[in-house]
Design a protein around this ligand. Structure first.
Ligand code: PMP
Length: 359
């Protein structure tokens, strides 16, 4: 017995974990610094950890109240109606819910190249396909409504990522407005703000009050340090009131994740510290790395290192895991996440040494 023909579906390949890399290299995972998945080097808020511990004895019960509490808390934060908040297992879960709610078979979507792979994977599961618009190195990865719409052909969903992964470039709020105004009536513009906390540009969520063809994705995986709990959400148009109940996976987010997210939202100090460290680190990378880098609104910096695969392998042997962006179509670059100050300084040293050695 075989599954259906999945040959057209690419597999999601997550960055390798520290344990995996350590095993291959015969090292202790403690000796490795993992700056390849844009995780929060400060870890989760201590309040979130306490909330998980407090909630753990109740996990025999389905997570209904916690899900409602989190939905209401997020709606209050952004001035949305509760029905506009679609809580999910990470932003990834929201991408799937949007596909389920919006795509008919054979509907196409438009996504950035390079870009986050799950947009097109999700569309394919729903029997659609993806076309791409370029975010071009020749233009320093600049994103504008014009550059995005250059490839637009009436697709049902148009994804824009800001700050963009893996380049770090930011799409200005006026450009998002322009996208919402210029696309055809049947197109939903989805703004993926997975890294928005780190950027200077404010969220586009308040634009939902003005445009009914806009949705925004957010996550607790990055600035809130809860990647392992898989919790995120989409902010969706008001008119979609009853769609969530029709498309969500029953009990879309688990009890521990919901309680942790609620605690994390209240710990502003931890959030601020996380953002401050990342902003310091990305400036440090830009000033101290001996290779070309690009301005980033996220908690990572893209670096042009030559042979990315060789460089990533060599840094690993020196205990530093960075992301080789060959799979994004940038075989000459690595993406390095913002670590603590100590980790970031060490990463600069290792990257500069390795690039010099391989030159
Ligand atoms: N969007 C972008 C641009 C991302 O980089 C990621 C994670 N790497 C996600 C969405 C998904 O995040 P999560 O599912 O962890 O919330």
């Amino acid at each position: 017995m075989q599954p259906r023909d999945l040959s057209a579906h690419e597999a999601y390949v997550p960055g390798r974990g520290a344990e995996e890399v350590a095993r291959d290299l015969g090292m202790d995972p403690e000796e490795l610094t993992k700056l390849s998945s844009n995780e929060n080097p400060h870890g989760p808020s201590p309040d979130a950890v306490a909330a998980v511990e407090a909630a753990a004895p109740d996990v025999n019960v389905y997570p209904k109240a916690s899900h409602t509490d989190l939905t209401e808390r997020i709606a209050e934060k952004w001035g949305l109606d509760d029905s506009q908040v679609w809580v999910s297992a990470g932003a990834d879960g929201s991408i799937d819910y949007l596909s389920r709610a919006f795509l008919e078979p054979n509907d196409d979507i438009l996504v950035p190249a390079p870009g986050f792979s799950y947009y097109s994977m999700s569309a394919r599961y729903h029997h659609g396909d993806a076309s791409t618009y370029p975010i071009s190195k020749d233009d320093d990865f600049e994103q504008t409504a014009d550059s995005i719409l250059s490839a637009y052909d009436g697709e049902r969903i148009l994804y824009a990522t800001t700050p963009h992964n893996p380049t770090g470039s930011v799409l200005a709020r006026d450009e998002i407005r322009e996208l919402a105004e210029r696309v055809d009536e049947q197109t939903l513009v989805v703004v993926d703000e997975a890294y928005a906390e780190y950027a200077a540009e404010p969220s586009a969520i308040d634009l939902l009050a003005e445009y009914d063809n806009l949705a925004v994705l957010r996550t607790f995986s990055k600035a809130y340090g809860l990647a392992g709990l898989r919790i995120g959400y989409a902010a969706v148009p008001t008119a979609w009131a009853d769609a969530y109940a029709r498309v969500n996976t029953p009990f879309a987010a688990n009890e521990l994740a919901c309680r942790a997210a609620l605690a994390a939202l209240d710990d502003e100090e931890h959030l601020e510290r996380s953002i401050e460290t990342a902003r310091w680190a990305r400036e440090h990378y830009r000033e101290e790395l001996d290779v070309p880098t690009w301005d980033s609104g996220g908690n990572f910096v893209l670096c042009e290192v030559g042979d990315a695969t060789a460089v990533a392998e060599a840094t690993q042997e020196r205990g530093l895991i960075v992301r080789d962006t060959t799979s994004f179509g940038l075989p000459e670059c690595v993406r390095v996440s913002c670590g603590t100050r100590e980790e970031t300084r060490e990463a600069v040293e290792v990257l500069n040494d390795v690039v010099a050695e391989l030159r």
